[in-house]
Design a protein around this ligand. Structure first.
Ligand SMILES: *Cc1c(COP(=O)(O)O)cnc(C)c1O
Length: 415
């Protein structure tokens, strides 16, 4: 039978429109990046057609001779890159990876210590609307009032009080390095297992810009599409001791057939992340974040914790303009071609839907080749948009400035 010949003009047009949006605007969402053409080619490959429930050498269906090789390649590459005993590359997302770990290590109702959501933790670290919070008893640690950083003394006090079976560290909106070693010490003191959710910073770790948690943790989870710059997906690294339990929890515990096209693309991304160029990239992400944070401070914003040492920063909008909410800022900046997200700041007086803050990240703009001079320009454009937010003509003018700034850095110029 011939392939369908109907051209789907609707989707073709939408893909072109989205490419145009990504090429001509500033993508400052801290969890986003631009995947390489090689990663996207693998994602669009014939591996999408294959059912391969199980693991290499132990599949339920036939025909997995080649799939086994690609999944083994992905596992070997990521174990080598992070120095891990074992990898499971099948989780469809970061959330799936985390749920599989909980499924493997916990019973319903068990106590887990994690970073509070309103202080930078993730939905899967015990939000009451997420399965993690419904099934397990999460207790939250918080950043300190004084310097807005995680204090290991507070983590230790809560660990001794609540005796968690698992301690989770890692964050979704925290601008500082999280040292894994002190967490290991606390976990050992109370007999807890330790999981590091490196979803955001996996690329910084791979590139040597942040400490590697693998030697200190029982389990490390991460997404492959954030700073690591691969396809959308998740990954779990674990000790040899927990390998069997983790694999069983991913399949058959949480998922059915793995997405081998994504796994092939993960293998490509893991190879890309082990190069010297990627080390340079990871360092530049951090340098760009520092430069952007300094320039934004110069415009009158307050930086939560006073700055950043990773790929993101949290802006407190109140010193810039008491009336301006995160929600309003996000909307008007999007009109100017500057895409980022509103975010609660620690002890935010406004609701999580409104917020007093913005989260801004540099992974994507760094991938497209922007450096410190462009960061200064971005800070100026953000401040200028927000100052003139009630002037539609001024915002339209800034949209053109953003387009001009992005033009020489378009990530997908050939399209
Ligand atoms: C993004 C993120 C996740 C979830 O990843 P998804 O792929 O969106 O499911 C989990 N944990 C942290 C800390 C994250 O930032």
């Amino acid at each position: 039978m011939p392939w369908p010949t109907i051209n789907d003009d609707d989707v073709t047009r939408l893909v072109a429109n989205e490419t145009e949006r990504q090429n001509t605007g500033l993508q400052l969402i801290a969890s986003e990046n631009f995947a390489s053409p090689a990663v996207m080619e693998a994602t669009g490959s014939v591996f999408t057609n294959k059912y391969s429930e199980g693991y290499p050498g132990k599949r339920y269906y036939g025909g997995n001779q080649v799939v086994d090789q690609v999944e083994d390649l992905a596992r070997q590459r990521i174990c080598e890159l992070f120095g891990a005993d074992h990898a499971n590359v099948q989780p469809h997302s970061g959330a799936n990876a985390n749920m599989a770990v909980y499924h493997a290590l916990l019973e319903p109702g068990d106590t887990v210590l994690g970073l509070s959501l309103d202080h930078g933790g993730h939905l899967t670290h015990g939000s009451p609307v997420n399965a993690s919070g419904l099934i397990y008893n999460f207790v939250g640690y918080r950043v300190s009032d004084s310097d807005e950083r995680i204090e290991i003394e507070e983590v230790a006090a809560l660990a001794h009080e609540h005796k968690p079976k698992l301690i989770v560290t890692g964050a979704t909106a925290y601008p500082r390095i999280i040292e894994p070693e002190p967490f290991r010490k606390v976990a050992d003191e109370v007999g807890a297992l330790l999981m590091f959710d490196a979803a955001h910073i996996a690329g910084l770790i791979a590139g040597g810009a942040h400490p590697n948690p693998v030697p200190y943790c029982d389990v490390v989870t991460f997404t492959t599409h954030k700073t690591l710059r691969g396809p959308r997906g998740g990954c779990i690294l674990t000790t040899a001791e927990l390998a069997g339990a983790i694999d069983k929890a991913v399949f058959p515990g949480q998922q059915g057939g793995p997405q081998e096209h994504s796994i092939a693309a993960k293998a490509v991304a893991f190879a890309e992340a082990s190069t010297d160029e990627f080390k340079t990239y990871a360092r530049q992400i951090v340098s760009n974040a520092e430069a952007l944070a300094a320039a934004l401070a110069g415009e009158g914003f307050r930086l939560v914790s006073g700055g950043t040492d990773n790929h993101l920063m949290l802006l407190d909008l109140r010193p810039f303009d008491e009336e301006l909410t995160g929600k309003e800022a996000q909307i008007v900046l999007d009109e100017a071609g500057i895409t980022l997200n509103r975010n609660s700041i620690p002890d935010d007086p406004r609701s999580p839907f409104v917020t007093s803050g913005l989260r801004i990240g540099t992974p994507a703009v760094t991938t497209q080749g922007m450096r410190e001079p462009e960061m200064a320009e971005i800070a100026r454009l953000i401040a200028s948009t927000l100052r003139q937010r009630n002037d539609a003509a001024a915002v339209a003018g800034i949209r053109e400035e953003v387009r001009a700034l992005c033009e020489p850095f378009a990530p997908y110029p050939q399209v």
